[in-house]
Ligand binder design. Sequence first.
Ligand SMILES: [Zn+2]
Length: 127
Amino acid sequence: MDLGCEHCYGEDAETVMEYCTKNLETTRRIVSDSHFGVSLRKCPECGQQFVAIFTEFVDWQGGDDAQYFDIVPVTPIEAKYIVNAQDLLRDLSKLGNRRRRVSSDWPTGGRNRVSWKHGEFHVEEGH
Ligand SMILES: [Zn+2]
């Protein structure tokens, strides 16, 4: 499977995350809650489509809220499927199969960490 270009799906996770957050165009918002956001985005260089998933877990005790951000490349068929998903959370988690995704973890009280992740992933709504 050929996905993306050197900018949006290159080797270095931090470089890719920075490029993607600054340059991908949001083509469709699927969910936009304050603690849970899912959108369809597109690379301006190569046209690769991505699903971007933002989740935040409000920590009522302290100031920092845990935040997670994943950007998964998808084929046009998958993009269409996600937009019309019957069970969005389940279908999103399956997108992790067979490809890597760039992921940013920002746990409560921790430091932001950007890395590549593989495999099925757990998507849950933030709160
Ligand atoms: Zn690209």
